[in-house]
Design a protein around this ligand. Structure first.
Ligand code: ASP
Ligand code: MG
Length: 418
């Protein structure tokens, strides 16, 4: 059997749903398809749960109407009516959501988040499954929350692999249908409370199913022709990579390439299941294959992380940066949950490049108690894997290099664009 994952962009409107239905029709069966919330609906649900939790009823109702209308207009476009019996489950869900929004929220935001945001995937899968059925494509809708079992850490749930594998093998049997449609991103606790796996978690869901069912392969369908060697919005001459190893792909996501959800690779690598990244815009293109013998070693890969802050720490008394102040400094970063994207130490300095997205002030205040702190904000971190001097010179033209770290495979630069 095989697994295919369709992300939000691939189901963002009625034409998109018609397009993926054609792709699904052409896929080899048996097949499980994993679908994300439509378009940017997860963001819309995040806003909804925000208003709900804050008790802002007017804003909540406006947002609910927007979400409802978004889905209804897709449904009307697909079915020509809202009165198609195949759509009953969609209206049942709308009703369930309304009932929930009428209740007082608990005091646990992450819990409320999962209970509400999960409707995005429930709607999308119900609509896609109904539309496939309407188009004569035999399929069965599966509630993933009954088979993908997690702990109760809401918004970042951890999978119970053993139980999940057993339940999935008992459910995805292909006895009643050659095709199952299920939700990405969602899970359920032992007591059947909805959880989620973290934003963009649907790739991971596909990998979990692939692992549990020993899939022949897993395909993630995207709006790009495969994995590119750079973000085409930043580097217009970006090209597609034909094949990559698991290890190389894990490295790429570590350095910040937004190729695939980072948790996706391990479950596939453990069972040597190939992962294809293909275009839903043109399903005939070969895409990229990630597997054990990926070949990428010559083509340079560029990963740019924007909006970085570069911190330099020095000991106050002009003493050295030693192992014990290092471990203290790192403990502070970890306690404040600030990830370090590039780290270097010398006798007198400790430098770190970090994302500017969290509030860094509490960390900086604590660091300043012990050390002299200087920082540069609004810098970028460029990683070039498989670099050559020529490529480096070309990419750094017009930039001021604030720091660099060059190893056998990677050349990394903290830069300011002039
Ligand atoms: N719908 C979820 C999100 O947007 C999960 C996913 O798309 O992978 O984060
Ligand atoms: Mg999404």
């Amino acid at each position: 059997m095989q697994v295919s994952k369709f992300g939000g962009a691939s189901v963002k409107n009625a034409d998109a749903v018609r397009n993926i239905s054609k792709i699904v029709d052409s896929l080899v069966k048996p097949q499980v398809i994993v679908v994300s919330a439509m378009g940017k609906m997860t963001n819309a649900f995040e806003a909804l749960v925000g208003h709900y939790f804050a008790g802002d009823r007017d804003a909540m109702i406006t947002q609910y109407k927007y979400i409802r209308q978004y889905h209804e207009s897709i449904v009307v476009d697909l079915f020509g009516t809202l009165k198609e019996p195949l759509l009953d489950p969609v209206f049942q869900l709308l009703n369930d959501l309304e009932v929930r929004l009428e209740q007082q929220p608990s005091m646990h935001f992450d819990f409320e988040y999962d209970q509400i945001v999960s409707f995005g995937e429930l709607f999308s899968t119900r609509i896609v499954s109904a539309y496939l059925g309407h188009s004569g494509i035999d399929n069965q809708w599966v509630d993933i929350r009954h088979v993908l079992k997690t702990d109760d850490i809401y918004r970042d749930a951890t999978v119970d692999w053993e139980l999940t594998s057993r339940l999935m093998q008992g459910t995805f049997t292909f006895v009643n249908a050659p095709l199952y449609v299920t939700q990405g991103f969602l899970g359920g606790t032992l007591s059947n409370i909805t959880t989620t796996l973290g934003r963009e978690g649907s790739d991971y869901t596909a990998a979990i199913i692939g692992n549990a069912l020993d899939a022949e392969n897993v395909t993630v369908w995207k709006d790009v022709p495969g994995i590119l060697n750079a973000d085409p919005r930043i580097f217009p001459d970006a090209g597609k990579i034909d094949s990559l190893s698991y290890a190389e792909t894990i490295e790429l996501s570590y350095y910040g390439a937004q190729v695939i959800h980072p948790k996706t690779l391990k479950p596939l690598q453990n069972k040597q299941i190939p992962l294809f990244v293909k275009s839903f815009v043109d399903a005939t293109l070969p895409g990229t294959v990630i597997g054990k013998d990926g070949e990428q070693d010559s083509m340079p890969i560029f990963i740019l992380k924007r909006n970085q802050v570069f911190l330099t720490l020095m000991a106050r008394d002009f003493s050295f940066i030693t192992e014990d102040n290092l471990s203290e400094i790192l403990a502070l970063f970890s306690r404040h949950r600030v990830g370090i994207n590039l780290l270097q130490t010398s006798a007198l300095n400790f430098t770190a490049c970090v994302d500017n997205k969290n509030d860094l002030t509490p960390l900086m205040d604590e660091l300043k108690k012990k050390l002299v702190l200087r920082y540069n904000d609004n810098v970028e971190l460029l990683t070039i894997r498989h670099y050559s001097q020529e490529v480096i010179d070309e990419k750094l033209e017009g930039c001021t290099v604030i720091d660099s770290q060059v190893t056998r495979k990677n050349a990394r630069f903290v830069i300011k664009v002039n």
